[in-house]
Each structure stands twice: as C-alpha cells, then as structure tokens.
Design a binder for this molecule. Structure first.
Ligand code: NAD
Length: 374
C-alpha cells in the first residue's frame, strides 16, 4: 500500500469451457466478488461467445476489493501482482481477460505489460493479445470502449424497428453509469432518447428533462460516481425502479431485479447491459406482466465481439478504422438478434431460452463432431 503496509487480496480466474476457442472473459474488481459469482459469469461467457459465433470459450476473473478505496498506484500494484500470480494460466491462445466492473483500459494495459515482460524478449510483441480492452495506443481496438453500450443500443434499435416504436422522444432509466451504462446513455441520446433516471453505487438521481450524457460521463470520470452531480434530484433506489420510462437498461451488478423491483418497473422494454441483472423470480414477474427482456448474452455481447476484433488485429499486426469495426459489429449483432428472435417465435419460448438453446446447440454440435479421444 502507499503507506508501506502489506495487504493480502483474494483473486480468482475461472476457466469454464474452451471447446470453441481460448477462454475469454472480464476481470472484475468489486467487494462482492466470489468464486460462485465468477463461475456463473464464466459460464455465461461460454454461452455468449457460442451465440454470437465468436471463436472463444468462457472465462471470468476478479479480485475481491473495492477499487474506489485505492489510489492509482495501489491499483497498478494490485493488478501487476495478480497478473504475475496468474502466470501461464492466461495467454493469447489460452485465456484472454478483458475489462469488467471496476476495471478499464488502463487495467488491461498493466496486465499486458506485466505478462509480456515476464516472457521471452523475442515474443513480446506477439503477446499483446493476452488481454483485450486495452487503450488504442497500447494495441486496443477502435470502438472497444463503447462496444458493449453500442451493442445494447443496436439491440434496442432492432426491437424498436420490429415493434414499430419511435425512439425519437422516448425515455430511459439506466442503472449503473460506468462503461456500459454511460455509453448506452450517450448513444441513446443520439437517437433522441432521454435518460431521465440513473444510479450507481453512490445512489440514484432523476432529471425529468433528461441528463446530458456527455456531461454526466465527464463528471463520473473526474469524481468516481454520480454523487454530487448538480443537475438532478436525489431519489431512492425504490423510486428509481418506479420511474415510468420506455426503456430500462440495467448496467451494474447481477441480481438487481427481484420480484419487488419487477413489480415496480413501469417500462416497455428491458435490455440487459449487465450480466444476470434479473433473478429468476423477477424474470417470472416480468413475463407475467408482458415486459419483454433482451437477454444479457445477446444484449451485452458487443463487448466480447469487439474484443475478438482487437485480438484478431493484434495477432495480424493490423489496425482497423472505426468504420470497419462498427460495420462488423452491427452485422454480427443484427444476425445474433434475428436468429434469437426467430428461434423464440418458432419454438414459442422467451428470448432468453432461445439464446441459451442456440448457444448450447452449437456447443453440443462441436462436442459431437469432435467425439471422445482416444
Ligand atoms: P463499470 O465499473 O464501468 O461500471 C459499473 C457501474 O455499476 C458503476 O456505475 C458502479 O457505480 C455501479 N454499481 C456498482 N455497484 C452497484 C450497486 N450496488 N448498486 C448500483 N450500482 C452499482 O463496469 P461496466 O464495465 O460498465 O460493467 C457493468 C455491467 O456490464 C457488469 O455486469 C458487467 O459484467 C457487464 N458487462 C460489461 C462489459 C464491458 O465491456 N465492460 C461487457 C459485457 C457485460
């Protein structure tokens, strides 16, 4: 620590499945990180990559601590020490971490630098692909920072087109104003959708006129949370869930919408930016109430998709321009959305079941084709 004191942290890396390609998944820094949570999140990464047709498997990792309690230097030391401890358990053809809650492009650059500096000198530049979500300067992809929010918004646009719903003038509530939540708010505002309530670990705010997503994002970058932002009225968590709006984007933690919250929500559509934000009881209430949900493994898959593009660019020593990344992302998200909704309609199941079924189907086919060795 900056004080000279030594502290021990608990970190994890879960490797769930690699039949479709190297393990892939985020690194989470949060005080609630646990082995079971990461096992569940790693499993979802397997289904997500299989659904999108991204040639990766599923992994996830994290360190159990609150990053807001630490200085830049302490975060760097914690990240480097953990990466070194992971050693050869990660690697560009084996297991590829990425940002998740509490981590960002800076965290990824530290991980990359630590990893490549412990390998042979002649391999250094081949090893950049050990993590994705890096800064553009250090080998990241154009569009990765916004990719998850962008993917959420692509799904919302597809839904609006099919439902003949005009997004211009619509309203949204967004839980979590970090990478996913703030970029979703920004991109929605470009379509004419106002974010009228939001919240994070520090509390919740409402602004009936709609927040200026750029200004709030800048404020959070400087201050670490929405706390103290002057252009909004403080509301409780319960009031946030009661706010009438057209769209709800959960973009914070898992298990945020249980029975109680699902009863309160007064929205037309939920697009899951976060992983697992709705628990099974909440999902049952929403189904009864007829509120459609675009499931996490589809809605937030823009992040892993552009991570895959970053990995391809690193391995081929290429740098694609932003338009190229956007074009490819839109194509893959649309295809996954259409396949999921077509399957859901055909089999009369909800989109979450459809997404899981399509993912499992492709994994099962792969296992069948490969058979048992020897
Ligand atoms: P982030 O750290 O940038 O933002 C997380 C947000 O959640 C912050 O605003 C934080 O204050 C808020 N939060 C934390 N604890 C909270 C609590 N108890 N109540 C309310 N808000 C709380 O993280 P992120 O990358 O935006 O990730 C958000 C979610 O999206 C996670 O579920 C993550 O797994 C998922 N996700 C992220 C990506 C990605 O590319 N970053 C990709 C796919 C899915």
């Amino acid at each position: 620590m900056d004080s000279g004191e030594t502290r021990l942290f608990k970190g994890y890396r879960i490797q769930h499945n690699n039949v479709m390609g190297p393990y892939k998944g985020g690194m989470r820094y949060h005080e609630q990180v646990s082995l079971d949570e990461l096992k569940a999140l790693a499993t979802q990464m397997t289904w997500k990559c299989a659904l999108l047709g991204v040639p990766f498997g599923g992994g996830k990792g994290g360190i159990k601590f609150n990053p807001h309690d630490h200085s830049h230097d302490e975060l760097r030391r914690i990240t480097r020490r953990f990466t070194h401890a992971l050693g050869s358990n990660i690697g560009p053809a084996h297991d590829i971490p990425a940002p998740d809650m509490g981590t960002n492009s800076q965290t990824m650059v530290w991980m990359m630098d630590t990893y490549i500096n412990t390998g042979p000198t002649y391999e250094k530049n081949d090893q950049r692909a050990v993590v994705t979500g890096k800064t553009i300067n250090s080998g990241g992809s154009e569009g990765r920072e916004m990719a998850t929010g962008q993917g959420v918004v692509h799904c919302i646009k597809e839904w609006a087109r099919e439902a003949r719903f005009d997004l211009e003038g619509a309203t949204a509530i967004i839980q979590g104003f970090g990478n996913v939540g703030s970029n979703a708010a920004l991109l929605l505002s470009k379509l004419g959708v106002s974010t009228i309530a939001t919240g994070d670990h520090s509390g919740y705010l409402r602004n009936d006129e709609g927040f200026n997503a750029h200004k709030l994002q800048d404020y959070v970058r400087v201050n670490g949370s929405i706390d103290g932002y002057p252009r909004g009225e403080k509301i409780s968590r319960a009031e946030f869930f009661e706010t009438k709006a057209d769209l709800f984007v959960p973009a914070a933690l898992e298990n945020q919408v249980g029975e109680e919250e699902a009863m309160k929500l007064d929205v037309r559509l939920i697009a899951e930016g976060a992983n697992g934000p709705i628990n099974p009881r909440g999902a049952a209430v929403l189904a009864d109430r007829g509120i459609p949900v675009i499931p996490d493994i589809l809605a937030n898959s823009g992040g892993v998709t552009v991570s895959y593009y970053e990995w391809v660019q690193n391995r081929n020593s290429e740098h694609w321009d932003a338009e190229e990344v956007q074009r490819r992302l839109l194509h893959m998200m649309r295809r996954a959305y259409q396949r999921t909704m077509f399957y859901a309609a055909e089999k009369k199941v909800d989109p979450r079941i459809a997404a899981y079924a399509l993912a499992l189907d492709s994994l099962a086919t792969s296992y069948k084709e490969r058979g048992i060795f020897p």
